[in-house]
Design a protein. Structure first.
Lengths: 311, 228
């Protein structure tokens, strides 16, 4: 006769329950490997598309900074201003909240750079007798709205120390419009594909529940709670989601490998030196955590809709 | 321990499975529910298991009206009951030992304790040597023994058996009944739904007779002085 053990406390019961459910959740997909593989593949594609757009977005940020150089503001200073005064003025500009960088260039450097320019060098002989003003090249922070940049330029224009402000408003407006469009596209597609992930996982779990209906009913009758009957399905969902996330990261590496040469030659044609970057370790971990969360929520929602342990 | 007070159960408007049934069962008692098919035996067990709500009346178990138990707490109530089904309801993907250990694992006991207790329960129903087999490798009688072991392994206070000998020959049926008697001696309350009058007569326990949902008799058979 076995001596009856004392009733385990809540924490012990909870831990043992999760340990068993994890084991069952891990083993469930292998019972129907082809079906599970198809589900994982579909989930991986659903994860891949927003992931790809996000990574492109991260690369685009670098590209945008490079493009923004072309839209930087050139502040030409009054001719009487000496170099010390110009330096102080540059420092004032630099400390403004929307300014990212401000660089002072004296008249000789301006002249030299124009001589070095392939197009301008031809006309420089005609105008070299002219005095060139000192110049401050200002780059505003990349997330600054065009209206704020506009105000900033207007304030500079009316400043008595400034002779002229050159600023390509149209370029900045276009850049911001492109940025916003890309961002919205990425957000919408991410939302849509996450919705698809929820539907697919929900369907997979509903099928599993149908397959295990009699088993679940029995567990209910011998005293298993809703949480106990759900756990293994939750773990199964998370297992499928995690494998799918890993697969989508693999897809991302492969697609970036294929794109590398094409993108490199494209940006070279635009005179830029930008390489396509994949994700770093922190970003990969964020993707995995996000995938686990999404699949857990999807599995939880699906299981809530199943009437387990009801009279 | 159990008190049925004018309990009725209807399925739809005209289908009354139980009509105004009242009876009481003391703790540690063993009794039979008998009657023809559709008499209401299984309905009584289903109501006790809270698989269905009662339509009218009051059903108390251990002094508590089970109608007041919230849906989320039904599983706690069921932990005090061991159920035996006519169709055994064993999980085919688990071994006999794993099937019997399930109620203990659900209660949060360790695997080692659960398996040790499950082995002891299987020994008690004389099927210890089949512990590592899968249910489909066993005969119907052996499967029913496994079902019985699963029902009492966690030592519930109440065991409900729905036609446990339904598919078995008389000798095997009697053997199973002896197991129930043994469990009853250990203090468990046992309610068995059966239409096997021969068996009921042999065991000489309290009998509730149902007919078309009504309780028509409640008696204790007297021992036959001329029986061999």
């Amino acid at each position: 006769m076995i001596k009856k053990a004392s009733q385990p406390n809540g924490l012990v019961k909870y831990t043992r329950g999760h340990k068993r459910a994890l084991g069952e959740g891990l083993s469930m997909p292998w019972k129907q490997p082809i079906k599970s593989f198809m589900t994982i593949l579909t989930l991986a594609i659903c994860f891949f598309i927003p992931l790809f757009l996000w990574t492109i977005w991260l690369n685009y940020d670098e590209l945008k900074e490079s493009w923004q150089q072309q839209g930087s503001i050139a502040v030409f200073l009054e001719g009487k201003m000496d170099l010390k005064e110009a330096g102080i003025f540059m420092q004032e500009i630099k400390e403004m909240p929307l300014v990212d960088t401000a660089v002072l260039t004296d008249s000789n450097q301006v002249k030299k750079s124009l001589f070095e320019d392939a197009q301008f060098s031809q006309v420089m002989d005609l105008i070299q007798a002219q005095d060139f003003p000192k110049q401050i090249s200002v780059k505003v922070k990349s997330d600054t709205a065009v209206e704020l940049v506009d105000d900033f330029v207007n304030n500079l224009t009316i400043n008595p120390q400034v002779e002229y402000v050159s600023y390509d408003k149209q370029w900045l407006t276009q850049l911001e419009a492109i940025t916003q469009t890309l961002l919205q596209m990425a957000r919408i597609s991410a939302l849509m594909f996450l919705l698809i992930v929820m539907v697919i996982l929900g369907n997979t779990i509903a099928n599993e529940i149908t397959d295990h209906k009699s088993e679940l009913r029995l567990l209910e009758l011998i005293g298993a709670s809703d949480a106990q009957t759900r756990r293994s399905f939750l773990y199964m969902g998370v297992v499928l989601g995690t494998i799918a996330a890993l697969l989508s990261l693999l897809f991302l590496s492969v697609s970036f490998y294929w794109l590398e040469d094409t993108v490199a030659s494209l940006v070279q044609n635009f005179g830029m030196n930008i390489t396509l970057h994949g994700l770093n370790v922190a970003q990969v971990l964020s993707v995995l955590i996000a995938a686990i969360l999404v699949t857990w929520i999807a599995a939880r929602l699906s299981l809530s809709s199943q009437q387990l342990n009801q009279i | 321990m159990i008190s049925f007070k004018r309990v009725s159960k209807s399925y739809g408007k005209d289908n009354k499975a139980l009509r105004d049934v009242s009876f009481e069962v003391e703790a540690g008692e063993m009794l039979f529910l008998t009657g023809h098919s559709g008499a209401g035996k299984t309905t009584i067990l289903r109501l006790l298991m809270m698989m269905q709500p009662i339509s009218y009346g009051q059903l108390c178990v251990n002094g508590k009206d089970i109608n007041t138990i919230k849906t989320k707490d039904i599983h706690k109530y069921r932990l005090n009951i061991g159920m035996i089904f006519q169709d055994h309801r064993l999980l085919d993907n688990k071994t006999v030992l794993e099937n019997v250990a399930l109620p203990l694992q659900i209660r949060g006991y360790s695997d080692s304790y659960s398996f040790k207790s499950a082995r002891a329960a299987l020994q008690q129903v004389s099927i210890g040597e089949k512990a590592e087999f899968y249910p489909q490798e066993l005969s119907s009688g052996q499967q029913q023994r496994v079902g019985i072991a699963r029902a009492f392994v966690a030592k519930p206070s109440l065991i409900l058996a729905d036609e446990p000998t339904g598919n078995l020959d008389p000798d095997l049926s009697l053997e199973l009944m002896q197991i129930f008697e043994e469990l009853n001696k250990q203090g468990m309350t046992i309610i068995i739904a059966s239409h096997d009058l021969f068996l009921i007569k042999r065991l000489q326990k309290r009998v509730l007779v149902l007919d078309k949902g009504e309780l028509i008799d409640d008696f204790n058979p007297q021992p036959n002085p001329y029986a061999p």
